[in-house]
Design a protein around this ligand. Structure first.
Ligand code: SF4
Ligand code: MG
Length: 337
């Protein structure tokens, strides 16, 4: 299976008055064609920053991708792209949808026209072709009455419909990679499910690789092929969806799993009952980033950040509990009985 994205040793900092916030600390991963990879973690864990870095969407000089970082997309070095190259790259190769469609949609322009502009720019269509294609795209994302809706302004549509338009816009250029950052968080549960169904359908139809960024492990259950759990700018555990849901070995993942609402009880209040807060990303971190909140914390955890241990080819965990000399801990699953 062909690799279309490789990220190695990604470090991203934000330069603030309080100091340098090291938001992403040595993240690496790869993405294969047509695969769905989820970045999961609490807000501030670096998942969105990682996603935006891939498209070089972070604004210097406040945000800085450190020069040792490598981002290779389809054999091309994204770190070395010029402004003009990046402009073509975003759309042709990779596009992104956000939680709030209004951040990508232009409120003063008809939605059809916005899709058409992208088609004319990236796919060299003339106006007539682009309009037909825009209508076809709106139909593809299940917008009823697409022939009329194409002339709507964003404010004339519901939140769910705007999210569909944004997906249509992101897919208009047939990108190889789609990054979806909390695409359903602002929507109610029924619409959320519809949008996830739509993304799944489109992924199968177009073989687009997807990076799904979310705080909600529940959302990825039936969607992601692989999951990486992020915390304090690092990946703490990664694996196939099955490995993360059924064979997870990291205490932080256990906390996330225990906060996934059970069927029939979808209240968001129960999410993240975890006590305490993530570490300050300005201070140096010479311990496990989860140490201050971990009920299994041992002496070594406070002295050294654990290395990544491979459980299988796909399943990797950064936790001292994986050390052969560590005490055996009853797993999350044993506790749940
Ligand atoms: Fe907890 Fe230690 Fe594992 Fe960190 S390394 S998650 S503190 S047991
Ligand atoms: Mg975010």
């Amino acid at each position: 299976n062909e690799k279309i994205l490789e990220v190695e040793n990604l470090h991203v900092s934000f330069h603030t008055y309080a100091g340098e916030v090291k938001a992403v600390r040595g993240v690496d991963f790869e993405l294969k064609r047509g695969e769905t990879l989820a970045f999961v973690g609490e807000s501030g864990c670096g998942k969105s920053v990682t996603a935006k870095s891939i498209m070089r969407l972070l604004k210097p000089p406040v945000a800085e991708i450190k020069p040792e970082s490598r981002i290779i997309c389809n054999g091309r070095d994204v770190m070395k792209m010029t402004g003009k190259e990046l402009y073509a790259f975003r759309g042709d190769e990779i596009s992104m949808i956000f939680q709030d469609p209004m951040t990508s949609l232009n409120p003063t322009m008809k939605v059809g026209k916005q899709i058409m502009e992208s088609l004319m720019l990236h796919r060299n269509m003339n106006k007539k072709e682009a309009r037909e294609e825009a209508v076809r795209m709106l139909k593809m994302v299940n917008i009823p009455g697409a022939e009329k809706r194409v002339d709507n302004y964003p404010h004339e549509m519901s939140g769910g419909m705007r999210q569909r338009v944004m997906i249509a816009m992101a897919l208009a250029c047939n990108p190889k990679i789609l990054i979806a950052d909390e695409p359903t968080t602002a929507l109610d549960v029924t619409i959320q499910a519809q949008i996830m169904d739509l993304m799944r359908e489109l992924k199968e139809k177009m073989n687009t690789a997807i990076i799904l960024v979310t705080h909600d492990l529940g959302v990825v259950a039936n969607f992601a092929d692989r999951i990486q759990v992020m915390y304090a700018g690092q990946i703490l555990e990664r694996g196939t969806a099955k490995e993360i849901f059924y064979e997870s070995r990291h205490p932080y993942t256990w906390a996330l799993l225990s906060s996934v609402p059970k069927k029939g009880n979808e209240s968001k209040e129960e999410l993240y009952a975890l006590k305490g807060t993530p570490p300050d990303l300005i201070l140096p971190l010479n311990e496990c980033p989860f140490a201050s909140r971990c009920e299994y914390c041992m002496g070594i955890c406070k002295e050294q950040n654990p290395m990544e241990t491979s459980i299988t080819d796909t399943h990797k965990v950064s936790c001292w509990l994986m050390h052969p000399k560590a005490p055996k801990v009853k797993s999350f699953y044993d506790r749940e009985g």
